[in-house]
Design a protein around this ligand. Structure first.
Ligand code: KG4
Ligand code: ZN
Length: 334
């Protein structure tokens, strides 16, 4: 089934086209306009989705070498995310489905990220997944297909958000994650140390760590950016490792997936590879291009949901917030 997936929940406009498990196109346009503001400006995000969505769709169709009429299912992110941004993708995708008389399905963005794991391989259930992005930091037990249990989540900032904020206070561009990673490579691990957050149980917390970096930078004007980046990155990743280690014990799962933008971080991948070896669990991390927001993951999740539950209603609304485990099992997502 040829499925077209559209993603506009934040600052990436993305179109992916798949035919079953084969990727025909994966095009992403990242909005650099937010860089000068040091964070995403919601209205600018929505306006930029409007500008690029049509040309991006054309590029995706050309890359896939198909015509729009060949698409058999239209899938789109309907939440969680920035409402104005979501509405662009949602309305656009509905219009395509109506005009071409093809089915339409709405997908939860977090479920989309989880489906990035399914791009390369068949995933066996149950598995534990760590979702680390700019808006979310959660550890989720995927008990079965579409059956999720949130084990823990951040009590304040998301991990990616902390990377972005720390980058901003060290005058690095937005989004900060890749720049922190690059700076950390030049730094010496252990030269500057930050405390690993300990919010307890399976929860995460990044606000304190970010503030610790803020104070360090303020009190040490001659600080070495590489050393600070390395110190922050080590503490941020160690926190993820400690929580996931506990969650693996609590759930007894033998498979671990890591998804979301921060999973593109090479040091994170290295540390989790070590954890997986120690815990004797099988580790799954998507390829780099599927870690950050993309349309392929939305297409894949859409195709899987459609096969099981059928299409969404065309009255489906965008949702700024939606917990993954609140999508009821056995029901269409909306
Ligand atoms: O999944 P994503 O593209 O969008 C959301 O759903 O939020 O994640 C974006 C986040 C940003 O905070 C960005 O700084 C972070 O992922 N990120 C990274 C890296 N690449 C992207 N963080 C650390 N290291 C990276 N290499
Ligand atoms: Zn995302």
């Amino acid at each position: 089934m040829i499925t077209l997936g559209i993603e506009t929940s934040c600052d990436e406009t993305a179109v992916g086209i798949i035919d079953e498990n084969r990727i025909l196109a994966n095009v992403v346009s990242s909005q650099i306009i937010h860089s000068k503001f040091g964070g995403v400006v919601p209205e600018l995000a929505a306006r930029n989705h409007i500008k690029v969505i049509v040309p991006l769709l054309k590029v995706a169709l050309e890359t896939a070498q198909i015509k729009l009429e060949n698409v058999e299912l239209f899938s789109v992110t309907y939440g969680p995310g920035l409402i104005g941004a979501l509405l662009v993708g949602l309305s656009f995708t509905k219009s395509l489905a109506i005009a071409l008389e093809k089915p339409f399905i709405g997908i939860n963005h977090l479920e989309g990220h989880i489906y990035a794991l399914h791009i390369q391989q068949q995933m066996h259930y149950p598995y534990l997944v760590l979702l680390v992005s700019g808006g979310h930091t959660e550890v989720i037990l995927v008990k079965d297909e579409f059956d999720y249990k949130t084990i823990g989540k951040t009590v304040d900032d998301a991990c990616g958000e902390a990377f972005d904020k720390v980058a901003k206070l060290m005058k690095l561009p937005y989004p900060g994650g890749p720049y922190i990673e690059k700076a950390a490579k030049k730094g010496r691990i252990g030269t500057v140390k930050f405390p690993v957050p300990k919010p307890g149980a399976y929860n995460f917390s990044y606000a304190g760590l970010k503030t610790a970096v803020l104070y360090y930078v303020r009190d040490n004007p001659g600080y070495d950016r590489g050393d600070v980046a390395a110190g922050f990155q080590e503490a941020a990743i160690e926190h993820l490792i400690q929580v996931v280690d506990r969650a693996l014990t609590a759930t007894g799962t033998e498979r671990l997936g890591i998804v979301g933008g921060v999973s593109a971080n090479k040091r994170l991948r290295e540390r989790f590879t070590q954890l997986a070896e120690k815990r004797k669990v099988k580790l799954h991390i998507p390829q780099f291009q599927h870690c950050t927001d993309n349309g392929v993951m939305i297409a894949l999740a859409g195709a899987a949901r459609f096969k099981k539950f059928g299409p969404s209603e065309l009255s489906l609304d965008a949702l700024a917030r939606q917990r993954l485990d609140k999508i009821s099992v056995g029901q269409p997502c909306c």
